[in-house]
Ligand binder design. Structure first.
Ligand code: FDA
Length: 407
């Protein structure tokens, strides 16, 4: 038996659920398919279980893409305020945590239940778990639509929406399905790489800092190519966030943000004492204090950090009044512009998102339809990646909405 629908949405994550619900409520007969038993596993674990579902201040400037303008249209047609109003209609309590980031008061389940209720209101049929074996386009079927072979039988639909997300966290169902399908239909891909991910360092180089595991502090952080000119460096995105030392490297919001911009062999630069003129402060202390340098420094930065930096240089293991100006200036410089080159990242196992994906040159920014008529891509599978802070869900809602209105 062949199952006929107006549209098949593959992937019941944030983008797929939202798009299916909106399309169904427009009167379309929608099938939503996912190979996982549960819906929206990423929403469930997001934001520490409270789902940072949008960012009040989201603009296209907080998204990475080979074409930074691509996201503009969808983001302007479905805004953070639109999603906030939807939450309010369902009476879901939420709060702002930091820099416009909105979280559920109770649990991410509130957002999942909202999306399921929206799908129910649109009479969306949901098949889970259901594996897709193959998709044939009109060119192969000789009909006007798509034929999808699934483990629940053959499906026919004139329109197919791919919402299978990126590669991060394979153990909860991430696959390269969307990328493979894009290639099958001759669409281009921007090489995917893990992002919003902790960065790691070579064991020997990291040894002096491994003892700092668990230490968190506010920093300024950026990354640019090793041979970047001062002008190019000026263009680098600088984040003012918390950094976390780990046994293998660096994490925390500061590093997660920077990881999305980081490329192999590229150094990162960290100001560990933002807002302080360390050189002037240390030279002033030299003139009036007999304390050890480590103790003076501990009044400016966390004491574990002060100890780790001072212990690397015998010229600094003395009272500050006995130190040379040169040694103090070098210490200030090393703290205010700590340069280090990661040897990699924790990879898709720990990454929150994937940068890259279906090349936006082959998609319409108005509708998310690809150059292959009737085939749409939404959410993280597309080469649009948000910063940390609710932007990725906002992209899922906005791209899903734009697509649903074009079906
Ligand atoms: P998503 O990954 O949500 O959904 C894809 C769906 O497709 C899944 O249900 C999957 O099972 C299914 N699928 C995959 N392959 C398939 C196949 N072959 N056949 C059928 N189905 C298939 N963002 C944010 O804005 N705020 C936050 O707080 C967080 N927090 C966060 C924490 C963690 C730990 C992670 C890993 C990620 C986040 N994110 C986030 C990012 C956010 O979760 C992500 O960008 C969105 O979920 C992307 O939505 P999509 O619907 O595109 O993909």
């Amino acid at each position: 038996m062949t199952h006929k629908f107006d549209v098949v949405v593959i992937g019941a994550g944030a983008a797929g659920l939202f798009c299916a619900g909106v399309a169904g409520q427009q009167g379309l007969k929608v099938l939503l398919v996912d190979h996982s038993e549960k819906v929206a596993e990423k929403i469930r674990i997001s934001g520490g279980g409270r789902c940072n579902f949008t960012n009040r201040d989201a603009t296209p400037a907080q998204f990475l893409s080979e074409n930074p303008h691509f996201c503009r249209s969808a983001l302007s047609r479905y805004t953070p305020q639109d999603f906030i109003e939807l939450l309010q209609r369902y009476g879901i309590p939420f709060h702002e945590k930091h820099k416009g980031q909105l979280f559920c008061d109770r649990s991410a389940e509130d957002v999942i239940n909202l999306l399921l209720a929206e799908c129910a209101a649109g009479q969306v049929t949901r098949w889970q778990p259901c594996s897709i074996k193959s998709i044939a386009g009109p060119e192969q079927t000789g009909t006007s639509g798509y034929q999808i072979e699934s483990d629940r039988g053959l499906i026919e639909a004139p329109q197919v929406v791919i919402a299978t997300g990126g590669l991060s966290i394979p153990k909860i169902g991430a696959t390269d399905f969307g990328y493979r399908l894009a290639r099958q239909f001759g669409l281009r891909l921007v090489e995917p790489r893990p992002a919003l991910v902790p960065l790691t360092f070579d064991g020997d180089n990291w040894a002096p800092y491994a003892q700092l595991a668990g230490l968190a502090l506010p920093v300024l952080i950026e990354t640019s190519a090793p041979d970047a000119s001062p002008k190019q460096r000026k263009k680098a995105t600088v984040f003012s966030e918390d950094l976390l030392f780990t046994h293998r490297g660096l994490s925390g919001p500061a590093v997660l943000q920077t990881s999305s911009f980081w490329r192999e062999d590229q150094p990162i630069r960290v100001n560990l004492a933002p807002g302080l003129d360390l050189a002037a402060t240390l030279l002033r202390a030299k003139a009036s204090s007999k304390k050890l340098i480590a103790n003076e420094l501990a009044s400016l930065v966390p004491s574990r950090l002060a100890d780790a930096w001072v212990s690397q240089d015998p010229a600094l293991q003395r009272p500050i009044c006995d130190a040379t100006d040169k040694a103090l200036l070098a210490l200030a410089q090393r703290l205010a512009d700590w340069q280090l080159t990661p040897n990699g990242s924790e990879g898709y196992r720990k990454a929150e998102v994937t940068v890259g994906g279906v090349d936006t040159r082959d998609l319409s920014s108005q509708t998310m339809e690809s150059k292959q008529p009737g085939l749409y891509f939404i959410g993280e599978v597309v080469d649009v990646t948000g910063w940390l802070g609710g932007y990725n869900f906002q992209w899922a809602w906005a791209s899903g909405f734009a697509c649903a209105h074009a079906l």
